[in-house]
Design a binder for this molecule. Structure first.
Ligand code: C2E
Ligand code: CA
Ligand code: CA
Length: 406
């Protein structure tokens, strides 16, 4: 990945990032970056190289050894955390730093850059305002990654991934509202690999495009079966990766799959997370509009975990919002979480959306969500993601018993 801008020898950055410009305007963004560069330059010595790669990400190449360079990294983090004042507006930024200490004579710059990027990836995983030194064991992790990527390629090619379906229940009627399709990979060698592990690998290696089309197709084929057998599953939701959402072929792929499977568009919902909307906003709006024009539902997943959430909700043709399951922690005990969830539900309704709460595990949460007028819930309380045979049985059982909600 090429650096998006450098801080040159005189401490001048080239172009500021889009996010900062959007927030502050061009003039203020330039001012902020100049001040940032000046701060960061302090403490860099000799042949040290500091590169801002993207957003809040930096790599440092230095020949200093660990104790000194630890101080340097601490200083950089500290300099970043100290709020800036731009035109009287306080601005806080954070950062992640990857460090290679194999810089200077006798070392290959490309190799040290690679090391620093590997360390940066670790720093990002560790959270905000962290730095990591490159360590040889990181290469081993990178190897694991390579193994996972090639096993995944085979699994996709051999059609060994499967979809499971988790029920979503209407809180007012107790009826099945729809199901969410979730990918599963049970590898003969690696065992069960969770989507939390393989989706990021698929995104990094570009396999997400194949995986994404596969999951859309299988979910629609399944929906066609449910329709053919009169099994009352009103909608199926499929997760789309941010990368897929930037794919210019996505809309025509969706149209083709619907056409080939004969599934009415309103029976399909695509789920999108907010990260997909942050970069390339204009294209996101276009794609979202084209999807809605096909008649397909558009759901904002994991709502409340990203940022600029409200403006995203208002400016995109979203039909459904899913409140992230982190809100279910302490939902019953503390007043504030409940207030926030209540507000999200009101906003969703004002904008004409269906509101789904995710990760509902307890009857008490269910009752409270109904009190504050949530439409639909999804979670272990009603059912885990399951294969189609189990889902059929689940639906039949519920109909037979007419299970009351909560
Ligand atoms: P997600 O879209 O937020 O999906 C919901 C996740 O929460 C699922 O995890 C589900 O099993 C889990 N879950 C459901 N109810 C409960 C509950 O009551 N309590 C708790 N603790 N968890 C619950 P899963 O299946 O491991 O998937 C993880 C993530 O991987 C998904 O999060 C989604 O972002 C991604 N993913 C899964 N399948 C696909 C796919 O086919 N394509 C893409 N792009 N992403 C996928
Ligand atoms: Ca989802
Ligand atoms: Ca979610």
């Amino acid at each position: 990945e090429p650096p998006s801008w450098h801080i040159d020898a005189a401490g001048r950055p080239s172009t500021p990032s889009r996010k900062i410009v959007q927030a502050l305007g061009q003039g203020r963004a330039d001012q902020l970056l100049l001040e940032l560069a000046t701060r960061l330059r302090n403490g860099m010595v000799g042949r040290d190289v500091l590169v801002r790669t993207e957003g809040d990400e930096f790599v440092v190449l230095t020949e200093e050894n660990a104790p000194d360079v630890t101080l340097l990294a601490e200083r950089i983090i500290h300099n970043l955390e100290e709020p800036f004042t731009v035109d009287g507006i306080p601005v806080s930024i954070s950062g992640s730093i990857g460090i290679s200490t194999h810089h200077g004579e006798g070392h290959d710059v490309e190799e040290s850059l690679r090391q620093a990027y590997t360390a940066l990836a670790q720093a990002k995983k560790a959270g905000r305002c962290c730095y990591r030194f490159f360590h040889p064991s990181m290469n081993r992790q990178a190897d694991d990654h390579v193994i996972l990527a090639s096993a995944l390629r085979e699994a996709i090619a051999d059609n060994r991934l499967t979809l499971v379906y988790q029920p979503q229940v209407n809180l007012h009627t107790g009826e099945l509202h729809g199901v969410e399709a979730l990918s599963r990979w049970d590898d003969p060698v690696l065992g069960m690999v969770s989507p939390g592990r393989f989706i990021p690998v698929a995104e990094e290696t570009g396999q997400i495009r194949a995986l994404g089309v596969w999951s859309l197709r299988v979910a629609c084929e399944q929906m066609a079966e449910w329709i053919a057998h009169d099994i009352p599953v009103p909608t199926v939701s499929v997760n789309l990766s941010a990368i897929q959402f930037q794919d210019p072929d996505l809309v025509s792929q969706l149209a083709t799959i619907l056409h080939q499977t004969g599934v009415p568009p309103e029976r399909l919902i695509v789920e999108l997370t907010e990260t997909a909307m942050i970069e390339n906003f204009d294209q996101t709006v276009n794609t979202a509009t084209a999807i809605r024009n096909l008649g397909i539902g558009l759901s904002m997943d994991d709502f409340g975990t990203g940022y600029s959430s409200l403006s995203n909700l208002a400016s995109l043709p979203i039909s459904e919002v899913k409140i992230d399951r982190s809100f279910m922690n302490g939902f019953g005990s503390t007043g504030n979480v409940r207030q926030v969830v209540t507000a999200i539900i009101r906003i969703g309704h004002t904008l004409g959306m269906t509101v789904i709460a995710e990760g509902v595990e307890e009857a008490a949460q269910c009752a409270q969500l109904r009190d504050i007028d949530c439409d639909v819930i999804q979670g272990y309380y009603f059912g885990r993601p399951m294969n189609t045979a189990s889902l059929d049985a689940w639906i039949r059982e519920r109909r037979a018993e007419a299970v009351p909600v909560a």
